[in-house]
Ligand binder design. Structure first.
Ligand code: FAD
Ligand code: MLT
Ligand code: ZN
Length: 484
C-alpha cells in the first residue's frame, strides 16, 4: 500500500521557511492574485489552494526541495505551463500540497545543428524551442495549439501528441536524453545526444508520460528534424468521415509519407470558431458537414509537392470523397487555416458546459466510432451538441459534447460520468483508449481500472512504490486508488 497524503495537515511555517530559503525571494509566488493561475486548471474544472508555490531556478534547487519534502512527507505537484486537460498540475483545495513550477528554468542549454539536437531546461516554452530550431534551419516536430504556453517538461510528462504525430510520433519519440530529479532528491542524468545507446533499460521513457508521478523532469535533449522546403496545406470538405479515412490512405501513399498532419472536424466546431474567435471566416463558399485539414511537407521537390496535392484532390473530387477544397496559396493563408483548427478548444467555452472525451480507436474504426458515440450521447441527453474533431490521422478524436442550447450548465455537467461511460464502453468495444494524448491526471484516474489491464495497473503501482516510496509526487493522480 502507498502511504496516502490526502489528509495530511498543511505544512508548518518552519518547514515552509526552509523551502523559501532554498529558492530565495524570486522563487516564491506571494500575491494571491498571481497565485490563482497556478491553482486553477485550464478548463476551470479543478480549483485548489497550494501550501506554497515555488519557482526554483536550477536543478539543484529542485533537488533540495524534493529532498526536504520527501523527508517531511509533504506532497509536491510539478507544474509546467498548466495547460494540461486532466487536472494533474493543480493542487487540491486541502492546502497541503506544494506547487513546484518549472517556469524560471527556461534556458536553452545548447544546440548542435550538425547532430540535429537541442538541449533544454524543462521550463522552456514549446514555441521557444521551435523558434530556436528554426533559427538554425531545423524543425522541432512537436506542435499543439497550447504551444505558446505549455513547457517541454509538461509536454514530456504528458507524452503530448498534437498535430504532427502522423509523421513524427508523440513527444516520447522526440527525446534522446533526460534529466530527472527523483523523489528523494537524487538527480538522474541521461542527458546524452545519442541515436544509439543500448546500455541497459531505457530509463528516460519511464518518466515520459508519467505525469509527474515518478520524478520531476528538469532537462532534456531533443531531436531536431530538417526544416521543410515545400509545404502544402489544404482544407477539404469531405462527403463523410469514411471518405476522410479513404483520403488519408491516399494522402499517405501518394505523398510517400510526407503527409504531416491530417485533422478531421465536424462543421459545428467551425461554426463555434466563426461565432467566437475574432477575424475568422469560412474559406469555402458554403457549409458542409465534415472537413479535413491536411498538411504535407517535404524537402526541395521543385514544386512537385503542390502538384501532388492538386492531383490527390482532383481524384478525390472525381471519386466523390471531396465536395469542396481550398489549398493555401501563401503562408498567411496557411496560418489562417491553422488558426481555425487551433481556436477550437477556446471556441467551445462560450457555448456552455462541455463533456470531454479524448479517445483513440484504430484509424479504420473512426467512422464507426463517430456514429455510434453520437447516437449514444444524443439518446442520453437529447439536444446535446456533439463536437467531434481532432487528429483522425492517428485515430484520435476529441469527442466533446456541448450542452443543449439554453440548458442548465450544472445540470448538463452532472451527466459527465454517464456520458463518459457510454462513450468509453464504445471505445473499449473497438479496442481503443480512453486517453489518447491528454493523460489520466485526476479526471480519469477512477475510470482507469475499468479499461486498463489489471497486471499493467499492478506494475504501475510497483513502479510508483519503487520510485516514490513516500508517495509525495502528484499523489492522487494517475495511479488508481487500491480501493477500486
Ligand atoms: P502542465 O499542465 O503544467 O502539467 C501536465 C502534467 O505534467 C501534470 O501532471 C504535471 O504535474 C506534470 N508536469 C509538468 N511539468 C513537469 C515536469 N517538469 N516534471 C514532471 N512532471 C511535470 N495535448 C496534446 O497532447 N495534444 C494537443 O493537441 C493538445 N492541444 C491542446 C490545446 C489547447 C488549447 C490546450 C489548452 C491544451 C492542449 N493539450 C494538448 C493539453 C496540454 O497542452 C498538454 O498536455 C501539454 O503537454 C501540457 O504541458 P504543460 O507544460 O502545460 O503541463
Ligand atoms: C486539440 O487537439 O486541440 C486539443 O488536444 C483538444 C482539446 O481541447 O480537447
Ligand atoms: Zn489534440
Amino acid at each position: 500500500m502507498m502511504p496516502s497524503l490526502d489528509d495530511a495537515p498543511p505544512p508548518g511555517k518552519e518547514f515552509l521557511d526552509r523551502l523559501r530559503a532554498i529558492v530565495g525571494p524570486k522563487g516564491i509566488v506571494d500575491s494571491t492574485s498571481e497565485a490563482a493561475k497556478f491553482e486553477r486548471d485550464e478548463r476551470g474544472l479543478f480549483n485548489g489552494k497550494a501550501a506554497i508555490i515555488l519557482r526554483p531556478s536550477s536543478t539543484e534547487e529542485v533537488a533540495a526541495i524534493l529532498k526536504a519534502c520527501n523527508d517531511a512527507a509533504v506532497a509536491v505537484i510539478p507544474q509546467g505551463g498548466n495547460t494540461g486537460l486532466v487536472g494533474g498540475s493543480t493542487p487540491t483545495p486541502a492546502g497541503n500540497e506544494i506547487v513546484l513550477s518549472l517556469s524560471r528554468m527556461n534556458r536553452i542549454r545548447g544546440l548542435d545543428a550538425a547532430n540535429d539536437t537541442i538541449s533544454v531546461d524543462a521550463g522552456c516554452i514549446l514555441a521557444e524551442i521551435q523558434k530556436a530550431a528554426a533559427a538554425v534551419d531545423r524543425q522541432f516536430a512537436l506542435s499543439l495549439a497550447a504551444e505558446g504556453t505549455c513547457q517541454i517538461g509538461g509536454n514530456l510528462s504528458t507524452n503530448a501528441g498534437g498535430i504532427n504525430v502522423l509523421r513524427f510520433g508523440m513527444a516520447r519519440e522526440q527525446v534522446l536524453g533526460l534529466e530527472v530529479v527523483l523523489a528523494d532528491g537524487r538527480i538522474l542524468s541521461t542527458m546524452n545526444a545519442l541515436r544509439k545507446d543500448n546500455t541497459g533499460y531505457d530509463l528516460k521513457q519511464i518518466f515520459i508520460g508519467a505525469e509527474g508521478t515518478l520524478g520531476v523532469i528538469t532537462g532534456a535533449v531533443l531531436k531536431l528534424q530538417p526544416a521543410p522546403r515545400e509545404t502544402s496545406t489544404c482544407l477539404v470538405a469531405v462527403s463523410s468521415p469514411a471518405a476522410a479515412i479513404e483520403l488519408l490512405g491516399r494522402a499517405k501513399t501518394g505523398s510517400g509519407g510526407n503527409c504531416v498532419a491530417f485533422e478531421l472536424t465536424h462543421r459545428r466546431l467551425l461554426d463555434f470558431v466563426f461565432a467566437h474567435i475574432p477575424e475568422t471566416a469560412d474559406p469555402l463558399g458554403r457549409p458542409y458537414e465534415w472537413y479535413v485539414l491536411a498538411e504535407f511537407a517535404a524537402g526541395d521537390m521543385g514544386g512537385a509537392l503542390m502538384a501532388m496535392v492538386e492531383g490527390l484532390l482532383e481524384r478525390a473530387f472525381e471519386d466523390g470523397l471531396a465536395l469542396d477544397a481550398t489549398i493555401a496559396a501563401s503562408e498567411a493563408q496557411r496560418r489562417a487555416l491553422w488558426r481555425l483548427r487551433e481556436s477550437m478548444t477556446e471556441a467551445q467555452k462560450p457555448e456552455g458546459g462541455s463533456i470531454k472525451h479524448d479517445i483513440a480507436v484504430p484509424v479504420s474504426a473512426v467512422p464507426e466510432f463517430l456514429e455510434k458515440a453520437r447516437v449514444a450521447c444524443e439518446a442520453l441527453v437529447p439536444g446535446c451538441r456533439v463536437c467531434a474533431f481532432g487528429h483522425a490521422g492517428d485515430g484520435n478524436i476529441h469527442f466533446n459534447v456541448s450542452q443543449p442550447v439554453g440548458a442548465d450548465r450544472a445540470g448538463f455537467l452532472a451527466r459527465w460520468h454517464d456520458m463518459n461511460h457510454a462513450v468509453h464502453e464504445i471505445v473499449a468495444s473497438m479496442g481503443g483508449s480512453i486517453s489518447a494524448e491528454h493523460g489520466i491526471g485526476r479526471l480519469k484516474r477512477d475510470e482507469l481500472p475499468f479499461y486498463k489491464d489489471a497486471v499493467a495497473i499492478d506494475l504501475m503501482r510497483a513502479m510508483k512504490r519503487a520510485f516514490d516510496p513516500n508517495g509525495i509526487l502528484n499523489p492522487g493522480r494517475v495511479i488508481p486508488d487500491p480501493a477500486n
